[in-house]
Design a protein around this ligand. Structure first.
Ligand code: HEM
Length: 354
């Protein structure tokens, strides 16, 4: 099912030179990302924090939030398009790498926003974003007629893959606890803080914290190295998903570490507890800046879990498991990831189950 995402009739796989629109259409759609977020925020806050939305407003709010999520989905779908190795291969690969970068839009917008605050930039985030994407579009489409070049052959990168897996296991110990901790948001800020206090004794200790940060940075750089290599493979969309979620996580991790260590703890001197995570007391949904955290966190949690299951799928196949079994496990992981992400986001936006 997943492999059918590849639409071989799309222009990427024709003999004609690549049209500049193959770059410009996704780039222009991505440049609209902050405006979808703003529209959603304006709709949900139009009547004040406690008022109910009229059905038409609610429908529009749902549509605008779907548009927000449609941007990384578009990036993923574009990345899955087949590469025709007879013509314009290098140009097609460039489009795929652009597509992988587009998947990062939700987390990149947070990263940019945090840095613009720290830089004291007078430019609104939205206009910085639009200028960035127009710059990317202009850069990538400058030789849009396509150059007949072959792409470099794939390398096995066995040592990188093993190292990425080992560092991933160290990181997993923290992430499993961290996400478990965030699930306690469903029981309220106090329960969340109590669990965090227990964990902090370990992960913020002078021994563990540097190891965690180094392991995460290693994951980012080794992951990007692997992604650069694997992005040249178009046949297996499970692999493209693994690469796409990994590229998102690279930006997410850099941005999250920057937000926690540089922005909150160093620049602003604020406590990185519940209020920092949820945007309270205003709340993520009702804060015009904080609304961007909703897609950033929800996709981050979903991707960290599915990325791990993508790795597990690869290991299962390498050890002789059937394709069907490995794919079923991956699908189970994706459903699990979506559920955990939904529960954490419900808790962080104010839903209480206990
Ligand atoms: C809903 C999703 C998430 C939220 C709301 C969130 C929020 C937070 C908060 C509030 C802290 C500060 C913790 C403290 O002060 O003790 C933190 C730290 C951290 N988070 Fe997350 N996080 C999320 C997901 C993730 C994911 C998916 C990763 C990994 C890819 C991650 C990696 C980290 C790391 C490495 C730290 C630093 C830990 C330390 O203080 O040493 N987070 N996060």
């Amino acid at each position: 099912m997943f492999n059918k995402w590849a639409v071989s009739s799309y222009q990427l796989a024709t003999d004609r030179p690549l049209s500049k629109w193959v770059v410009w259409m996704p780039v222009l759609a991505t440049s609209a990302y902050p405006f979808f977020l703003n529209a959603f925020h304006a709709l949900v806050t139009s009547g004040g924090p406690d008022s109910n939305l009229a059905p038409a407003e609610l429908l529009l709010a749902i549509v605008t939030m779907l548009a927000v999520f449609a941007i990384p989905v578009m990036g993923l779908a574009l990345a899955c398009l087949g590469i025709d190795r007879r013509n314009n291969t290098a140009a097609q690969l460039k489009v795929r790498r652009l597509a992988l970068f587009i998947i990062c839009a939700p987390t990149l917008y947070c990263f940019i926003g945090v840095n613009l605050i720290m830089a004291g930039a007078p430019v609104p985030d939205e206009w910085f974003w639009v200028a960035l994407w127009i710059g990317i579009g202009a850069f990538l489409s400058r030789d849009g007629r396509g150059v007949e070049e072959s792409i470099r052959p794939l390398r096995a990168l066995a040592a990188w893959r093993v190292a990425h897996g080992i560092a991933g296991a160290i990181v997993l110990l923290f992430i499993a606890f961290h996400l478990f901790n965030h699930l306690f948001g469903l029981a309220g800020p106090q329960a969340h803080a109590q669990v965090m206090e227990i964990g902090r004794k370990i992960y913020r200790s002078s021994l563990v914290e540097p190891i965690l940060v180094v392991a995460l940075l290693f994951q980012v750089f080794s992951g990007l190295r692997l992604a650069w290599n694997w992005s040249a493979v178009g046949s297996d969309n499970y692999r493209i998903f693994q690469v796409g979620s990994g590229v998102f996580l690279a930006v997410f991790i850099l941005g999250h570490l920057n937000a926690v260590f540089v922005f909150a703890r160093t620049y602003a001197g604020i406590e990185t507890g519940w209020d920092f995570a949820s945007g309270d007391p205003v709340g993520m949904i009702h804060d015009p800046w904080g609304i961007r955290l909703l897609p950033h966190y929800s996709i981050g949690v979903f991707f960290i879990i599915t990325h791990l299951f993508s790795g597990l799928r690869g290991v299962m196949l390498a050890h002789g498991a059937s394709q069907l079994k490995a794919n079923q496990i991956w699908l189970g992981g994706a459903v699990f990831g979506a559920l955990i992400s939904l529960l954490i986001m419900l808790g962080i936006t104010g839903v209480r189950l206990f």
